[in-house]
Write a protein that binds this ligand. Sequence first.
Ligand code: SAJ
Length: 430
Amino acid sequence: MDFQKVCVLGLGYIGLPTASTFATHGLHVVGVDINSQVVEILRNGGLHIHEPGLRTLVKAALGSGNLVISGQLEEADAFIIAVPTPFFADKRADLRAVTSAAESILPHLRRGNLVVLESTSPPHTTCDLVAPILQRSGFVCGRDFSLAYVPERVLPGRILGELVENARVIGGFDRISAEAGRDLYSLFVRGEIVLTDATTAEMVKLMENTYRDVNIAVANEFSRLAERFGVDVWEAINLANRHPRVKILRPGPGVGGHCIGVDPWFLVEAAPDLATLVRAARQVNDSQPDFVVRIIQRTAGELKGLRVALLGLAYKPDVDDLRESPAIEVAHRLTKAGALVTAFEPCKPDAPLSGLVTVPTLEQALENAEVLALLVAHTFLKELDPQRVATLTEARTVVDTVNGWSAPAWEAAGFHYFRLGVGKSRLEQA
Ligand code: SAJ
């Protein structure tokens, strides 16, 4: 199948890099977003998301004349839906954006078109939700137009490279749809392109991220067990990972972001009677902030009125994305327990967060603190000099939830140093 023009619906972390990459590979691309502010920002050469290299890529795509930013869809050879699929408060998948995106294609759908869903979705979304919507056009899916599910698997912070280099799974409504998807993505994907059916492709995406969530959960549960048994979980993981077939991930304050903590719930919703381990892992990760609060409480005795400086609020190191961040959960739970929390996020110093006191500098976070807690292993925070920190605060208690600091260095600077997952050994308890 030959493609000259593509419409990309949704210009977020995935849609904008995808639209720009197709444009710099010669396709005429109409990048569409329903958010008029996003359209305005992009049209004026600005950027509403931070991703290394994206500004240059978007500028090249716009400069080539191949990428046009619009609020309106147009006729095209292919339509790519890359809109958010969050969940409701009860953890059910929120597919409203997918539904409205598919409906917005209807007036522009033509015989021979390819429609692609990229958004992470529950199994059967492509065939049971998107296909019937598109068939309201009177066209028959598979016969008159092709439909495929093509999940992305790029790591935020490395999107542009991984978009091109990573293997790509193309799940077709039927074989012809899968082959049409391959023809489209082979325009820029240099990784292996593997064809399968749409439901398998939906399941693959959910399995990838659920696998990661379960493995993070077991690391977090090991941190709790280690504290109970008087073991340093970081030492134990380091030793266990010397096994040639063991790769235990890192404990931390919990799992954030709009992927790993979200996608497994789609499996739980689709088969609550079967997804027992998947649900349990989500519950372990979602309760990990409680364990961080308990460590802080143990180090300081009473939380009520305790002045705590939280260092890091992003959902993972060296990103400015705070979505679903466990660090923010820790801040809210400490505040609810009566602590006086001040938070500093070096990657987003101006992060306005309702119900939380955030400050734009490290000094302001430290100045009145009694306890410091490292919640995100940002490079900037890991490299803090404890001797200098000791001059900026009266606090002499630190809680390191990401194994980001050296205990001897902080103790030498006069701090009582506590680390998540490190229990008192029998010797220390004696
Ligand atoms: N985390 C830990 N311990 C670890 C690893 C991560 O606590 O050992 C935490 C992080 O701090 C973060 C969360 O888990 O809060 C998710 O981190 P992540 O490194 O999995 O990063 P994401 O969510 O940005 O990217 C993931 C990636 N999926 C996999 O690695 C299987 C990425 O490839 C996906 O494309 C992305 O989700 C997505 O878009 O689905």
